[in-house]
Write a protein that binds this ligand. Sequence first.
Ligand code: FRU
Length: 497
Amino acid sequence: QTEEALYRPNFHFTPKANWMNDPNGMFYLNGKYHMYFQYYPDGNVWGPMHWGHAISKDMITWEEQQIALYPDDLGYIFSGSAIVDKNNTSGFGKEGVSPIVAIFTYHDAKSEKAGNINYQSQAIAYSLDEGLTWTKHENNPVISNPDIKDFRDPKVVWDDSNKKWVMALAAGNKIMFYSSLNLKEWKLKSDFGENIGAHGGVWECPDLFPIKVNNGEETKWVLIVSINPGGPNGGSATQYFVGDFNGNTFKLDEDFSNQLKKENAIWLDYGRDNYAGVTWSNIPESDGRKLFIGWMSNWEYGQEVPTFKWRSSMTVARELKLKKTGNSFCLQNSPVNELYSYATKSISKDSIKSNKIEDLLSESDIDFAKLNLQFELKDLKSEVYNLLFYNKEGDTLSLGLDNIKNEFFINRKKAGKVDFSEKFAYNISKAKVPETFEELNVQILLDKTSVEVFYNNGEIVMTELFFPKSPLELFSISSKDETFKIENLKIQEFKFN
Ligand code: FRU
């Protein structure tokens, strides 16, 4: 099988060719979701960064566009965000056209090489044609480097209560908050995080946004922070914080702070392959969702994964919700509803009772390369629930719940090619089962080289890559308990073209 047939995902964005990392500058406008991305058009490993660009009507199928931003004398174009400047606060608008403004980091590789530490600064560019072509501001950078080595990834949001732009910026081991009225002049307001959360690596790609608690009246602010390395299962990963933001400072919520006393860090995704994700801007109020996408890889091995024409894909786009149960907050993330409009074939089965269900599904029922599988476990008494996806060549991806250790797990050690990097499969990834879980709703998306597992509507999520030698074709489920029962099994195959 060709690389395209075996490994090019069906419903996860990949560039046609060459290297991609973080999603950047996502905004919505006039029926289109825009996504830019860290892109190196001249090779399949990381190199001088550009912003690639893709457009989608539904965040599921994408059309790649021409490159949006090229490196220049000030440096490579690192990660950042974009907003629609409806009121033309920046003055970049012309003849009634609102500008889209991109806020990104310049990385001056020459200066870095010369041994300086102040080689990253923040800059802006604008577009008057809905994000297709961009003009860089003539007075860049808009925030110069204050002698901080890792100083990057500006994410800008409109703070409607205080009528100003707010920027979250990663600065070494903390986040710095700036504000501005015109996107050109920025004032440092405060910082957050030096002694809180996970610090096994440098902080990157923050996102700060308001969100309704349990979809009700109360609003909290969520701060997302990616960190590399130091993730819960090794390498890069994304943590979050829940609190309040008064226009100047982010204050951790007390209940969330108590959660952190027990956990140290709370992760948006416990799998190894969801990094640098942030949310879309300019989602209409009538929609109101917080929409997220992440880079589906990990800096520990991302440049070595066995695809050569292109490298890396994004996660499925996800909706974020803030759930509060008792005293604990959880930022749920699960696939956007748009995905299900591609479901063509649906199989449902009544409850199944048996301790081992061999070949519950096979490729003659469904294509495992575009699969959504959902079911419920009503009573979680069995010791281990083991779900196996495999093929006749012996590649086996196993995942599930271990009730003795009280953990969810994904094991890709035998799921195909692993020896391209020693960092790829040295561990079985794990996530602790929350105390609040009494029954379990399991959703699994499979797409050739990725598995995304959502427990209880995305309260615990695990996203991982794997590279089978041939397509997966069988599914079994087992437990040691004779009375083990799965209910409301729903199996969908998606169709794209
Ligand atoms: C995160 C990151 C960002 C940086 C970009 C460079 O993956 O390291 O901090 O802006 O990638 O490509």
